[in-house]
Design a protein around this ligand. Structure first.
Ligand code: NIG
Ligand code: FE
Length: 413
């Protein structure tokens, strides 16, 4: 048994429990001043203020803010190449779907990802995970979706599995074969959907390569009916549902999410009142991606309306080489405040307990509670407002994963 004490915490800020936070509870945060946290064998044993317990190792937080490790509920982490050439196209006025239809966008990343070896993808993704940890993210979801055939989707999912085993970051895998139609099936959508349903989903499920199945439900990509077929097939094989819904056009993705009880619906930039009602009724978590709205110069999802309608809000970075080459959740938190008009308390729940719930991990991460994994961040911030107010700097001072320090900014020690 080994114990770790984090003392002199200026403010401890956490969801008080593991329940999903929605409506008026989206803002429920416990704030404790002059606190300590006692950890044992990588788990939280206790937290309180007052007389300090004994421990084998002591970390002095020197009056700083401590929160649970951040959880990134939506990333497309595994890909070959980059797409910096698209910046000029965008500046010249091309839209996201224009670029996709011109064979750029997702399909150009598919080419690069198919070309890349598993080792190359592993090394590249490991670099992303190192960077994410340094910025306070301790668990992330990771999607496939740049292989679009059995072999290359499996290659991506195997990289996710290996990194989950070997890297301090915890990863949760999502199969996103329905991210685009691959070039070989561009004129035969039905055959691609059959390949997904009859070949890839059974393989992914049998080999336990993913926990979730996701679909890009969008104009020119997968219709509501096609998305439903794929997600229901996934469910049949034990894969929980996520859906990219209402990002550019509202073609029914949020309605479908509500109907089938998806765990989460992502983006929701143009989600209608009816869509919000469906999410609320179906108990679906809205996984909002404000950095993508920013990067696409698009509108921002109507987070306040969702909160009013009891839809729980989680955040993700949406890190990917096209619509959001940003893996900084601190920036996502800034945008959540400024663009969604969410308070720092609401935002903290969106990147901790609700993000954990969006990847079905709320029982072990996302809050500071006895028995939970000791995934914690000590911030160069005196309170939660400061963390959400500063922009563009990395304020993570020390990142602790399962009780071990995985990053320390020695300059601010
Ligand atoms: O979530 N919307 C679809 N997929 C990604 C973009 C992927 C890409 O452009 O490569 C997203 O924004
Ligand atoms: Fe995405």
């Amino acid at each position: 048994m080994s114990t770790l004490l984090i003392k002199n915490i200026g403010v401890l800020a956490t969801s008080p429990d593991s329940s999903i936070k929605k409506g008026i509870h989206q803002k429920d945060i416990l704030l404790m001043k002059d606190a300590y946290i006692l950890c044992e064998d990588g788990r939280i044993r206790d937290y309180d203020s007052g007389v300090l317990p004994e421990a084998d190792e002591v970390i002095d937080a020197k009056g700083k803010l401590v929160t649970p490790g951040l959880v990134d509920a939506h990333t497309h982490l595994i890909f070959g190449g980059w797409r910096q050439n698209e910046l000029a196209m965008k500046l010249a006025g091309a839209g996201y779907l224009d670029i996709l239809n011109a064979g750029g966008g997702i399909l150009s990343t598919v080419k690069e990802t198919r070309k890349a070896s598993k080792e190359e993808l592993y090394r590249k993704t490991k670099g992303f995970l190192d960077e994410m940890l340094r910025m306070g993210t301790t668990t992330c979801e990771a999607k496939s979706g740049y292989g679009l055939n059995l072999e290359d989707e499996v290659k991506q999912l195997e990289v996710i599995r290996e990194l989950d085993e070997k890297h301090p970051m915890d990863l949760v895998a999502t199969y996103l074969g329905a991210h685009a139609y691959p070039e070989e099936y561009i004129n035969d959508h039905e055959r691609y959907i059959k390949e997904i349903c009859e070949k890839v989903i059974p393989y992914v499920a049998d080999h336990k390569l993913a926990e979730f199945c996701d679909v890009f439900c969008e104009t020119g990509v997968f219709s509501k009916e096609e998305s439903e077929r794929i997600l229901l097939k996934g469910k049949e094989y034990g894969l929980k549902s996520k859906i990219h819904a209402d990002e550019i056009d509202a073609i029914g993705g949020s309605l479908l999410a509500g109907e089938i009880g998806a765990v989460s619906a992502e983006h929701l930039i143009v989600c209608s009142d009816e869509g919000i009602a469906a999410l609320s009724k179906g108990g679906v978590i809205a996984c909002l991606l404000p950095a993508t709205s920013f990067y696409l110069s698009a509108d921002f999802a109507r987070a306040r309306k969702m909160i009013e309608n009891d839809v729980p809000i989680a955040f993700g970075s949406d890190f990917n080489p096209g619509s959001c080459p940003c893996l900084n959740l601190q920036l996502v938190m800034n945008l959540g405040c400024l663009k969604y008009r969410m308070t720092p308390e609401e935002v903290l729940n969106a990147v901790t307990i609700n993000a954990a719930a969006a990847i079905d991990r709320a029982d072990r991460i996302g809050s500071i509670e006895a028995g939970k994994q000791a995934d914690l961040v000590i911030w160069d911030a005196e309170d939660l407002n400061y963390l959400c107010y500063r922009m563009g700097s990395n304020l993570a001072h020390r990142v602790i994963k399962k009780g071990e320090t995985v990053y320390l900014n020695e300059e601010t020690d």
